[in-house]
Each structure stands twice: as structure tokens, then as C-alpha cells.
Design a protein around this ligand. Structure first.
Ligand code: IMP
Length: 199
């Protein structure tokens, strides 16, 4: 089955493809089908945003669509940046800038000692099937925020997000997928899709 991934983020698209394609889905990037279309993320929760993105792409194409909304929730910041993770450094109208986001997070936590640097990544995934039926799943990955960036792989906040003594950007793709919020959410989604096929 073809699934249109409702994202313009290359890092996320690669993760969708590498996890869903072995399960028999062909992942097509939104840009290939609807170039230039931007869906405003104005929901109050990750799932509201994921639902809006997947439903919009499904309505515009009539095809099955999958979307995730994800972000970083930092304990010492009361769960921020949360649903505002992409535009943390830029304010509500800003453009997505990973380097500026990471610098702002480091500054915000400069005085915070190690025991209080806990954080989690959260991913909500919504899949709208061709017939309009929705399947949803959520995944979380606990960790901590480092004092400096480490590692060259991954995207977004990966160089600052520590699981044990390594950052997400120091993990191989397989290692990240096995524990990441998106990996967990995608596997839960796939289990539900498989159940549906059996019925
Ligand atoms: P959105 O889901 O497109 O709104 O983006 C959420 C924000 O969280 C972006 O700044 C992403 O870079 C960041 N983010 C989401 N998932 C990850 C991840 O797995 N690693 C690093 N940053 C992430």
C-alpha cells in the first residue's frame, strides 16, 4: 500500500521510510505529490496536529496518508517546548531552525544541574486510510538534555538528547529506531494496521 507521508522534514521522511517499507508500505513524500503545501500546526496537542496534517493530505489527494507530530518536553521547562518544538527559537511565526533551537535550549538549561535535566521526546502518529478510517498511535522516549551537542547523525534536537551516555545523533539508525518515540509510535501503528488486515 502507498502511504503519503505528510511531512516536509527530510529527517522524518527517512525515518518513516526505513521503518514502514520493510512492513510492505511504500512511503511517498508529501512534496512529491503536493509540492509547496504547508499545513498549519495550530493544535494544542501532538495528536491534534498529527490528525490535522494526515486528514488534510488525505482530503487533497484521496489517498492514504500518515503524519506525525512530535517534539521535546523538558522537565525543567515545565514540558516546553512541547508542541512548539519546531519554532522554539523563532516565536509563533518563525521558520524552523534546528541550530537556533538547540542554542536556545542550551542557554535555557545553562544553570540546571544533571539530576534536573530530564526530558522526553513524544511522537503522535495518525494514519488516514484510503476509505477515511483513522488509526492512531503515540510513543515516548525518556532521556536527558546534554550540556553540549554531540554526534553528527540524526536531525533536530538529536545532538542534545542523551539516552544513557550517548546522544541520539551518536546512535546508528537502527539503534535510534529501536528506542525512539517515532519508532515506538510507528510499531504501535503497524500492529493496529496488521490487526485490521486480519479482520
Ligand atoms: P514537527 O513534528 O514537524 O512539528 O517538529 C517537531 C520538532 O521536534 C522539530 O523541531 C523537530 O526537529 C523536533 N523533533 C521531532 N522528532 C525529533 C527527533 O527524533 N529528533 C530530533 N528532533 C526531533
Amino acid at each position: 500500500m502507498d502511504l503519503i507521508a505528510a511531512t516536509r522534514n527530510g529527517g522524518k521522511l527517512r525515518e518513516f521510510a526505513r521503518m514502514l517499507e520493510p512492513l510492505g508500505f511504500r512511503v511517498v513524500g508529501q512534496e512529491e505529490v503536493l509540492p509547496g503545501v504547508e499545513v498549519e500546526e495550530d493544535g494544542r496537542t501532538f495528536m491534534e496536529n498529527a490528525r490535522k496534517k494526515a486528514l488534510t493530505i488525505h482530503r487533497l489527494t484521496g489517498r492514504a496518508a500518515v503524519a506525525d507530530d512530535s517534539g521535546l518536553c523538558v522537565d525543567a521547562l515545565g514540558g516546553a517546548p512541547g508542541v512548539y518544538s519546531a519554532r522554539y527559537a523563532d516565536g509563533p511565526q518563525g521558520t524552523h531552525n534546528d541550530a537556533a533551537n538547540n542554542q536556545k535550549l542550551l542557554r535555557a538549561l545553562r544553570e540546571v544541574p544533571p539530576p534536573r535535566r530530564g526530558a522526553k521526546f513524544v511522537a503522535a502518529i495518525c494514519c488516514v486510510l484510503e476509505n477515511g478510517e483513522m488509526v492512531e498511535a503515540q510513543g515516548e522516549c525518556p532521556g536527558a538534555i546534554a550540556y553540549e551537542e554531540a554526534g553528527d547523525d540524526g536531525f533536530g534536537y538529536d545532538p542534545l538528547f542523551l539516552v544513557g551516555d550517548r546522544s541520539f545523533a551518536q546512535l546508528s539508525a537502527d539503534e535510534k529506531d529501536a528506542i525512539s518515540h517515532r519508532g515506538r509510535a510507528l510499531r504501535a501503528l503497524c500492529r493496529q494496521l496488521e490487526q485490521k488486515e486480519k479482520r
